[in-house]
Design a protein. Structure first.
Length: 311
């Protein structure tokens, strides 16, 4: 007898009504790309570039970076690759950034703040990315982490474009970025929501502190309301808004995010099948109804319970 196989849907992310939802992978080095694509990712939704910088006494050169980016883009021919510029801070100190000791590193000079203070590091990274993009056929998008408002968005997007980046966006990880979503999306080509940090900052709970882990739940309706602001601004501007935090890997939450206006979900490759399967069971109309229900909840547990009752 042949073992009975459970059919796992392959192919692009789609809802029951045929609406397409891009399913992308989060990776931390170019070596992970091929496996992610084999596991059914339609592209890379978050390439974390920190590995290039950590442990280095000096910043990697443009040529060194370009070689790494070229390898990744070549492995993703014809596919989307969203690259995040360096996300450093005093929680992840780098000798050449001279980051000092901070009492509250999560609230300190990190992400775009650190890059802006050391613009040559950002310029080199963007230059290397643009050069590798020009040499290959991937659809390269570049975004900055920890962007707080339209001013920082404008700074990053203008610099990126001036150095040859074709598609420049920002990560929404700070509540102010969501509250200013209309202005931010008036400038950025796209937004990707980092729900890990967005949850940490919305609930004011250190994501690395076990004692407050109970607060770190992206199902919290306060987080979902901020996601809705970004989703609505995306719909109004016609610019894509995706999610690349852990929330995208939770199949039922993924449906809720889609109902809030999210058009792509990026996650650990191992989560792709379960999310793809769940999305296929809901129409966009139903996803929106589930989102309304979750938004009206009082706690994360309440939001979960309401959604599971109706799905
Ligand atoms: C996030 O904050 O959700 C995110 C994707 O970035 P990181 O987890 O690397 O901070
Ligand atoms: Mg983050």
């Amino acid at each position: 007898l042949l073992a009975r196989r459970v059919a796992v849907p392959v192919g692009p992310g789609t809802l029951a009504d045929g609406t397409g939802i891009e399913l992308l992978a989060n990776i931390g080095s170019p070596d992970e790309a091929e496996a992610a694509l084999r596991q059914g990712a339609e592209g890379i939704g978050l390439f974390r570039t920190e590995f290039l910088f950590f442990g280095a006494r000096t910043a990697p050169t443009v040529a060194e970076q370009q070689a790494v980016y070229r390898r990744l883009f070549a492995a993703c021919e014809g596919k989307r690759v969203v690259v995040r510029t360096l996300d450093a801070g005093s929680d992840k100190p780098l000798a050449f950034l001279g980051t000092g000791v901070e009492e509250n590193p999560a609230l300190g000079v990190r992400g775009i703040r650190a890059l802006r203070a050391h613009e040559s590091v950002l310029r080199d990274q963007l230059t290397a990315l643009a050069a590798a993009d020009a040499e290959t056929d991937a659809d390269v998008w570049v975004m900055a982490p920890m962007v707080a408002d339209a001013d920082e968005t404008g700074y990053f997007v203008a610099l990126a474009r001036s150095l040859g980046i074709r598609v420049a966006g920002v990560m929404a990880e700070v509540p102010s970025c969501a509250l200013m979503a209309g202005q931010v999306l008036g400038i950025a080509d796209f937004v990707s929501i980092g729900t890990n940090d967005l949850t940490q900052y919305t609930l004011a709970a250190d994501r690395r502190l076990a004692a407050v882990a109970g607060y770190s739940d992206p199902w919290h309706p306060a987080v979902l309301r901020l996601v809705k602001m970004l989703g609505d601004a995306g719909t109004q501007s016609g610019r894509p808004v995706g999610v690349c935090g852990e929330a995208a890997a939770d199949p039922m939450l993924a449906v809720v995010l889609v109902g809030l206006g999210i058009s792509s979900l990026s996650m650990a490759p191992s989560a792709l099948d379960a999310v793809r399967t769940q999305l296929r069971q809901h129409t966009l109309e139903h996803a929106r109804a589930l989102a309304v229900s979750a938004l009206g909840a009082s706690t994360a547990a309440d939001a979960r319970a309401r959604v599971s009752e109706q799905s």
